[in-house]
Structure formats: C-alpha cells, structure tokens
Design a protein around this ligand. Structure first.
Ligand SMILES: *Cc1c(COP(=O)(O)O)cnc(C)c1O
Length: 478
C-alpha cells in the first residue's frame, strides 16, 4: 500500500493520518470508521482550482465538486472555503448544501429524473444552473419559470445547460460509462435529439440556455476522452449557431478524472487535463470562429477518494489450507459497496503494525507499507482475502492482498475510500452506518455520528392491529 496525503508511520509503528494515530482513532471512536484527511481533501481542491484558473481558459473556468462522491455539512463548508462550486443530483444533496449554508449561486443541479418538487425547490433556492438531461425535464421547468414565483433575484428566466451524449465510448467499467450513444443519460447528438432540445429551449421565453454539458465516464486515465468530447461539443455548438445563431457561454466536460486506488492505477495531474481541454477547445475556436467558452469540470473522486481511509477491526480468520485465508473485518459492502458493485480494487495495511513491513524499495519511489513481496528482513508477507461481515459471498473488500499475518483485534486501514463509500453505504444486515471523523494537524472532529440501533428502528411504525395481537398473545401465554 502506498502512503499518500498526510499519512505517515509514527515511531510506534502505527499509521497516522492528519497527524492523528489511527489506532487511537479506532479505540476512541470505534470501527468501522471513516477518516477524512482534511489537508489532502483541500490539496486536491486546490490542484483543480489552480489547473483550471490559468490563462489556459480566457473566459474562465469553474470547478464543481461532485457531491455524490462525498457529502456532509462539514464537507460543504470546506468546498466553499476552497472556492469550488457544487454539483448536486437530488433534493437530498441540495438540502444538505442548503443546511450547510453553501452559496446557492454556486450550485449546479444534475440528474436524469429530477422531480417537480426538486426542481421547484432548487428554483426557489436560486441555484446557478439546471443541468437538463432530457425533454421531460424541460416540461417540468415550465412551472417555476412561467409563474415567476419564488424568491430568486433577477426573477425570470431559468438558467439551463443541456447534457448531451457525445458518442464517446470511454475505456472504463461499463457501469461508469456514460458518454456512449446507448446511455440512460443525456440528449443524443447523433440522433438529433440534442438539436431538438436546443431549439425547444431557445424557443421557450422562460429558459436561458447557457451551455452544453457531457460526462463521458469515470476513473479515466487519459486526456483523449475529454479532448474528444470538447471537440464534439464545439462542433455541435457550431452547428447550432449555423441553424439558430446561439453561441454557448459555457462547455462543461463533467468529471471522471482517475485516481490511484491501487498499484495498477496511474492518474494524471489536473494540469494535464486542463491543458488537453484548453488545446482541444482552442483548436475548435480557430476552426469555427466561436468565442472561447467558459469551461466547467466536475471532479468527484479526484478530490475526495485519496482523502478517505476506512478503519476496521479484524475478527474471524478462516484458513482453508492450500486454498485461501479469509480475514473478516467488522464492516464490508455496507460501508464500501464498490468492490461488490464494480470489482473495485483497494489497498490496505495493518494500522497497528504498519511499521512492521515498511518497505523503502516500493515501486515508483512512493512510500509503501505492507508486504510488497520483496521481503528483505521484514516480517514475511502472505496473501489474504479481506471479507466483510455481510451475508453475501460477494462481500469481499480486497482479493489477495499481501499483509503480515493478521490476528483478531488488528486494525485494518483501507486507503482511498473517500469517494463513493459513505455516500453509497447501506444498512444491509441492519449494520449501523459508521461515524465519520475529520482529521487535520493532530485535531479530530466527528462530522457524522455513528448510527445507533435505535436509529435503525426510529422511522418504523407498528400498525395498531399488529400491536394488539402481540399483546393478546402475551396475555394468553401469561
Ligand atoms: C458522477 C459524476 C461526476 C463525478 O464523477 P467522478 O468520477 O467522481 O469524478 C461528475 N459529473 C457527473 C455528471 C457525474 O455523473
């Protein structure tokens, strides 16, 4: 496992993140525990802000943090402080941003099936942009715009950007591909649906068409899909101008910037994406004579993933001689469904024994921890399968990871769990969701409390007739 962010190994051999001993964290706050490295989260925000604030973008650029990857009130505040805007996809995410006091003129509302109630609420709140995914949504948008109700300043036209499918088939897992023509998302350019939608928006007096959006997929490691999508969008914009005279103020290229979950992943710096996008748009600006648009990007995991760690306690260990050793932890697919959902690969180390196998000869000059297989006087690393505690054979967190032999009570720290872990968590098997702590420079703050058993039944109601039967049975039994 590679140390990243503020992670270090303390003199006592424990993994520390944000200047805090993770073994102490596990003891004081319990496990499973989501740990957010504030400094690393902020660094990732800044890397995107810097890459996209340069003169590569003559009309400016906006970085939206994709809230679906990691969201809490405290996260909203940090995102605001770092000067990023927010991409939300539901009334619940919008509500969280509102509750955090996040400036609504920096909120962009995505989603392929927004409800009328969500649209009305977002309109009242005065969000920056409706990212319109389909024609049905245009029907729903007629309500708020036409009546002119609401507390929006400069009342009137609803600012919309159209999500189109550029017909780009990104090289990633099928479940996170979104740019190809056969997708549930967006208005198809090739089939003419996008042009139809543009015309409809331009004809609607209550709608203000700002730009075009696409999102080609997630966990991408090359600049080509972004450059390609930028070119398709600019070509489409040129065609729209020819037919209608409209020119886009903004081009939004979505998120999906790849991160290093494990050794096989080689992510690019935000700079590389910024340069490629700027170059592709610049080329089309010269070809078409369109003005250089404002550029928007929507990183989610590239900001949140490497800021997160999950701490678990090792419990049962099942050795099947000659086949495999299963090491079970006290969480699993409930707090991290990604391995079961997309065969996602994670790395981990034993937080209380991280010093045991420090291996200075790790690949790529990175700081690595845990059995990399090179031995060299360190505790022998063997290969284990880390399983969760859910009643599913698919509840495997990590296949074949090299570690010093774990024993019950060890603390396993899985790295790079900041994205799509807490936001995808469930209560399967009635496991309460973990707490989330923010660590920074030796300070610890609980930003999400651990769910309790009472929380699990708090919203349940027992119909009176069932209650009566139960008490009748008890009475007759007594
Ligand atoms: C999921 C999503 C993102 C963020 O994706 P990451 O892979 O986390 O960067 C951004 N924009 C849209 C429209 C998305 O659906």
């Amino acid at each position: 496992m590679e140390l990243h962010g503020t992670a270090t190994i303390s003199a006592n051999g424990h993994l520390a993140v944000g200047g805090v001993d993770t073994v102490t964290l596990a003891r004081e706050y319990g496990t499973p525990l989501w740990v957010i490295d504030e400094e690393q989260f902020r660094r990732n925000c800044r890397a995107f802000r810097q890459a996209f604030s340069s003169d590569l973008f003559p009309a400016g650029a906006v970085v939206l943090f994709a809230a679906k990857s990691l969201l809490a009130l405290a996260i909203c505040r940090i995102v605001e402080e770092e000067g990023l805007s927010l991409d939300v996809v539901s009334g619940g995410e919008l509500h969280t941003a509102l509750a955090a006091g996040f400036p609504m003129d920096r909120v962009y509302f995505h989603g392929n099936n927004k409800t009328q109630a969500e649209i009305d609420e977002a309109y009242q709140a005065g969000i920056a942009r409706f990212m319109v995914d389909n024609l049905h949504e245009l029907d729903l948008l007629e309500g708020p715009g036409r009546t002119g109700s609401g507390t929006r300043s400069g009342a009137g036209r609803v600012p919309v950007t159209l999500r189109v499918t550029p017909g780009i088939d990104a090289d990633t897992h099928d479940y996170v591909k979104t740019g190809q023509q056969d997708s549930k998302f967006g208005l198809d350019i090739a089939g003419g649906q996008a042009m139809g939608a543009v015309k409809r928006v331009l004809d609607a007096p209550h709608l203000d068409l700002k730009g075009l959006h696409c999102h080609v997929g997630s966990q991408l490691f090359t600049t080509e899909p972004y450059a390609g999508a930028a070119e398709v969008l600019m070509d489409f914009a040129a065609e729209v101008r020819r037919r209608t005279g409209w020119v886009p103020e903004e081009i939004d290229l979505g998120g999906g910037f790849g991160v290093r979950y494990s050794n096989g992943d080689a992510p690019l710096e935000p700079e590389a994406f910024a340069r490629a996008i700027s170059r592709a748009i610049g080329k089309k600006v010269s070809e078409t004579g369109l003005p250089f648009p404002r550029v928007i990007v929507e990183p989610g995991r590239a900001i949140s993933a490497t800021a997160g760690w999950t701490l678990y306690t090792v419990g049962s260990i099942k050795e099947i001689p000659g086949i495999r050793t299963y090491v079970a932890v006290d969480g699993g697919m409930t707090d991290n469904p990604r391995p079961a959902l997309y065969q996602a690969v994670y790395e981990a180390c034993l937080a209380n024994r991280a010093g045991e196998t420090v291996d200075g000869r790790g690949t790529g000059g990175g700081r690595t921890v845990g059995g990399s297989g090179t031995g060299g006087g360190h505790a022998a690393a063997e290969v284990f399968t880390i399983t969760g505690r859910c009643c599913e054979s698919g509840d495997i967190l990590i296949h074949d990871i090299a570690l010093p032999r774990p024993v019950p009570g060890d603390i396993l720290a899985v790295s790079c769990t900041g994205a799509y872990n807490s936001t995808m968590a469930s209560n399967y098997n009635r496991l309460p969701r973990p707490a989330m702590v923010l660590v920074n420079r030796g300070q610890v703050d609980v930003i999400v409390e651990r769910e309790t058993y009472d929380d699990l039944v708090a919203r349940e109601r027992l119909p009176v007739r069932l209650r009566r039967r139960a008490s009748a049975r008890r009475a007759s039994a007594g």
